[in-house]
Each structure stands twice: as structure tokens, then as C-alpha cells.
Design a protein around this ligand. Structure first.
Ligand code: NCD
Length: 360
């Protein structure tokens, strides 16, 4: 299924050259913001946030206002018709007819793609459950570009909740497209990176190692990406409590790190980075949040100027097969065409990337 609008659902739907152009534009906007104050005059951006957010939503809003455009939207679905039982398709259809670009965050993996299927304007995925978060990744790439001066040949440590952290999934997918990057995945056995992301790293020719101790590897890293344990994505409070507080980056640990290692975090931080790290000049997470606004300005401008259609579904629609990921949007919004890539007994859901085995 091809939509006539340019969407951003997954960064990997675009070539690396497109990401690089965005990064260059984001860099230019950062240096010369006054050149862009009329770039989106007369345009409207809608934000549909079905999940809490501070940075992503406000940086998008601030980005559009700084480009001269206007904003509408909700950040609490219970104050919209969603509370009356309106489905995603109807909400999207209607809000997209009021706006030129729609930014959606939703707790279900695959929801942004589902929204794009019916939207009458561009859709941007601002986080779909534990799946992907491409605009955080653009933020992270701009941060690396500004702070390290390169996106390749980096030894990248990712620490914390690697199974549920959508920012981690998108970032690993993106950085494995640049040459010479290696990944050090620091987590407990229960919170390891999903296999499909590890397969993407391997297929790109990059290498990864999985470890449980941050102390043992911190000295080797060019960048350390800390993440919060994603409490809301655990099946029970006990399971969350068992994982909480395993990794805390503090001043003492920072002493072991290289002088030029930077610390990034998509935020919000809970307690995985001690406050005493904030004064360390290697801690760039507050700057990172600001870079997010510049790269979102670049993204909004680029999508609004483009008329490139997006291929949303390219696999086979199988009405009788259900995605085995219970959280997948196709198991919630049942009118959606269930579409899978792959053949034989192993298929991959085109909404949430879950790999499923057909039973006979
Ligand atoms: C992240 C998210 O929402 O996935 N936050 C963000 O967008 N900056 C990370 C998180 O919630 O832990």
C-alpha cells in the first residue's frame, strides 16, 4: 500500500543520505535560526499524544512555532473523543484533514504506521510503544554530529532497559548503517536487546557484545547511552522492582571513563544517572534535548516540502494470521489489514516487526 504523502514511520525507510541531509539542515538551523522563521508560515501541525511526553511533544511544538507555523492537538486522550471510544483510524482521518503534518505517539507498536494508512497528510512516528522512536534517533545523530564530529567508527555503549527502550532500537538500527561502529550492550539478562535489532546490527557488518557490568566496559566507550528502566512496559510491579537500580552512572564511574567519552540519555532520567554527573562536561543530555528541537525543525520543513509518496505495506495481507505480539496495534484495532513480509513458516509483522512462526 502506497500513501501519497511523505511519512516518517521508521528511519530505515529512508536512505542514509536523507538522514545526513537532515542532520546538515539541523546543524544549519542551530547556527542560523533566524533564517528559518518563515519557513512553515500558514502550515498547521497536529500532535496526537496518547502517551505522556515532555521533550518530544514540546520540542515539536516549539520547532513548528519557530518555523512560523501553528499547532493543534491533544496530549491527554481522555480529554478527546478517544475517551468515547473513537478508533485510531477515525481520529487520524479527521485530525489530518485539519492539518498539514501529524505527529503521533501511541502505546501500541505499529500505531504510527496504522495512522499513516488513513491520514490525509504526513505522519511522524513520535514513539510507538516499545517499538521505535525515529525522531529521538535523529536527535541522537545530530548530538553525535555536533559533539563528536562523526557518526562512524564509534564504540557505543547502551545501558539499561534495552528490551523495552524504543530509542535504543531505533538508534542501533541507525548507527549500524554507518561504517566501523561497534555496540556494547550493557543490561541484565531479562532486559537484553530484541533479536530482530541484533540481527540488523549483524547484517550491516557491525559487531556487538552483550555484557552485564558497566564498570568493566566504560573505559572503552566513545559514547555511553544511558536509559531508564521502562516501568510502564513491565507486566508487573515485581518484575520492574527486580530490575530497577541495577545501573547507576555516578561521579565515581565517570572517573573510569575516557576524557572524551560523552554521556547521552533520551530523558526522562529517573535515577540511572546521579545528579552529580550533570556538572561533568562529558554529560551532554541537556544539550541533546535542545538539539532535538533543531532536528525536528529540519524534519518538519523537509516533509512539508517533499511530495515523495511512502510505501507503507509491501508484504502480503493475510486475514487469517494474527500477529503474535499481543501489544501490536493490529490486535487492538481489528479493521487493519494484517500484513506480513517473509515466506514459508516465518513471517514478520509489517507494523511491529514481530517475527512469528506459523503453526500447522
Ligand atoms: C523516551 C521515550 O519516550 O521513548 N523519551 C523521549 O522521547 N525523549 C525515553 C523514555 O521514555 O525513557
Amino acid at each position: 500500500m502506497i500513501s501519497q504523502y511523505p511519512h516518517l514511520i521508521d528511519l530505515n525507510d529512508y536512505p542514509v543520505s536523507w538522514w545526513n541531509k537532515l542532520i546538515e539542515l539541523g546543524h544549519d538551523i542551530r547556527l542560523h535560526p533566524q533564517r528559518y522563521t518563515h519557513a512553515c508560515e500558514g502550515k498547521i501541525m497536529a500532535t496526537l499524544f496518547y502517551e505522556p511526553s515532555t521533550r518530544t511533544q514540546m520540542s515539536f511544538q516549539s520547532a513548528m512555532i519557530r518555523l512560523g507555523g501553528n499547532i493543534i492537538g491533544f496530549d491527554n486522550p481522555s480529554s478527546s473523543s478517544v475517551a468515547k471510544g473513537e478508533n485510531l483510524k477515525d481520529t487520524t482521518k479527521i485530525v489530518s484533514s485539519y492539518s498539514d503534518i501529524l505527529i503521533i505517539r501511541h502505546p501500541q507498536p505499529g500505531a504510527a504506521k496504522a495512522a499513516a494508512l488513513t491520514a490525509d497528510c504526513s505522519v511522524v512516528n513520535a514513539g510507538d510503544g516499545g517499538h521505535l522512536h525515529p525522531t529521538q534517533t535523529l536527535t541522537d545523530l545530530l548530538t553525535l554530529h555536533e559533539e563528536k564530529g562523526r557518526l562512524d567508527n564509534l564504540n557505543i555503549g547502551l545501558c539499561g532497559d534495552l528490551v523495552n527502550g524504543r530509542t535504543v532500537h531505533s538508534l542501533c538500527k541507525a548507527l549500524s548503517a554507518y561504517s566501523g561502529n561497534t555496540f556494547v550492550l550493557v543490561s541484565t539478562p531479562n532486559l537484553r536487546l530484541p533479536s530482530y535489532v541484533k540481527d540488523i546490527i549483524t547484517a550491516s557488518g557491525s559487531r556487538y557484545t552483550e555484557v552485564t557490568s558497566l564498570d568493566e566496559v566504560i573505559n572503552d566507550l566513545d559514547m555511553l547511552y544511558m536509559t531508564r528502566i521502562q516501568r510502564e512496559r513491565f507486566a508487573s510491579e515485581e518484575e520492574y522492582l527486580a530490575e530497577k537500580d541495577t545501573y547507576v552512572l555516578d561521579k565515581k564511574k565517570m572517573k573510569k571513563a575516557r576524557k572524551d567519552m560523552i554521556v547521552m540519555h533520551p530523558m526522562p532520567r529517573v535515577d540511572e544517572i546521579a545528579n552529580d554527573v550533570d556538572e561533568d562536561e562529558r554529560a551532554v543530555y541537556f544539550k541533546q534535548a535542545k538539539y532535538g528541537m533543531y532536528i525536528r525543525m529540519a524534519l518538519i520543513m523537509t516533509l512539508l516540502e517533499s511530495d515523495t509518496p511512502t510505501r507503507l505495506l509491501s508484504g502480503t495481507v493475510r486475514h487469517k494470521v494474527n500477529c503474535q505480539n499481543p501489544k501490536c496495534i493490529t490486535n487492538i484495532e481489528e479493521y487493519l489489514p494484517k500484513s506480513f513480509t517473509g515466506s514459508g513458516d516465518t513471517l514478520e509483522c509489517e507494523y511491529c516487526d514481530e517475527r512469528i512462526l506459523l503453526e500447522h
